[in-house]
Design a protein around this ligand. Sequence first.
Ligand code: ADP
Length: 495
Amino acid sequence: MRILFASSEAYGLVKTGGLADVSAALPTALRRKRQDVRLVVPGYPEACRNLVDASPRPGPDGAPWQIIEGRLPGTRLPVYLIDWPEFFQRAGNPYTASNGMDWPDNAQRFGGFARAIAALARDEAGLDWTPEIIHLNDWQTGLVPLLLDPERTGVERPRTVFTIHNLAYQGLFPASTLSELGLPTELWHPEGLEFHQQLSFMKAGLVFSDLITTVSPTYAREIQEPASGMGLDGLLRARGEVLYGILNGVDYSAWDPSRDRHIPVRYSAEELSGKAANKAALQRRLGLEPDPEIPLLGHVGRMVEQKGMDLIHAACTPLVESGRVQLALVGSGQKDLEHASGALARTHPGRVGVHIGYDEPLAHLLEAGSDLFLMPSRFEPCGLNQLYSLRYGTPPVVHATGGLADTVVDATPEALASGAATGFSFTPDTLASLTGALERALALYRARDDGDWAQLQRNGMTRDFGWGTSADAYLALYRQWAPRGRRRAAAGSAL
Ligand code: ADP
């Protein structure tokens, strides 16, 4: 099947979060299943530098962009970079300038990216290739199903699949953007593109795509409820029949302690002893006291409200003060959370180690060297770090929400006895509830000579969350929806 996979980031080219991991791994897994998948990403400077076998070719006649064709590093996956210098050739992050603020022209940048994707879909650039399926990801690609809408263009289009990786980021812009981007003004109403007097790129994707997916079954249910729907639950309920939850997978060629190049000593479920040396290395790296016995709690992630960093600080401070745990934090994001983390490290030297910034090798060492991985996210569409920590024998402590609820089995006495337990989960997302889960985890860790702790580690390490299963699920959906004569999504008529 011919599939065009469109994303604003992809690991190997440019990455800010989990979207990049998925956008590299899923197309690669589909290619391994002999599908003709091609990836399209904006031509940021970093992506242009990292592309393998790069060769430029012209865009459509008169277009202000060209295509740089190449391959994703380490794979045979074909990539098209949209080389639009005005929009993408600038230093900084794909979405924000170096001062942390969104680029002021993000609507134009990703509106332009969407137009380029639509042009590729119609083969206006003369690639001699048209997709049967266009798989779109998050708001940055949300306009594509609208731009290709057969009811507006009068032309058949490939089936469009729109995946929500995080409903919290919707691509909202001032009302005036609608006409600036030349979008149909008759769509300016709440059933169209308007979201509380703002233009929503996400809504364009949700309303006009044939099929919607999100990254875990529980998150697919949660976002149809007012409490988690971020104002879009009504629309998502209306489209409930074409909304599917498919769990993300893990790229075990990058995230497996038995072959991880970033950690000093490799280990596996059969031979766990190497984990201790990684703990010692992590303690050295973050300036923590060398102590093989003390439980080391770790966290890596974007430092934003969603991830519950404030809960981590509040729950761990008394444990650190009483000398019961060490804490290792790696991440960057909101300045207030970065400062609070730095302050905690300064108040507790040798017991709290913090690295502010993005550091891939350190993220691997933290997964390998910690005893417990903390993930008290307020909401979590899928989450990857808890899956990594399972494979690294670092039981995760998670708020039972979204993908965390789907992937971590709480260590109740029954689940421990049956061999199903893989970590610790708690709800609601309160300090008392997190503290309760931590106390349960620390009690099991203290009694580790009994063998339950090692069993818990091995249970998690031997679970398989590889991309194979997820890729099969996507492929089944694509096949079910591939063009077979003209067919409109049920709720599309709600327009
Ligand atoms: P999200 O997509 O919400 O950021 P996920 O858990 O799905 O969260 O994915 C986060 C990805 O980004 C993981 O691969 C994680 O290791 C990585 N990551 C996040 N922050 C950092 C950081 N500061 N240093 C290294 N890797 C990071």
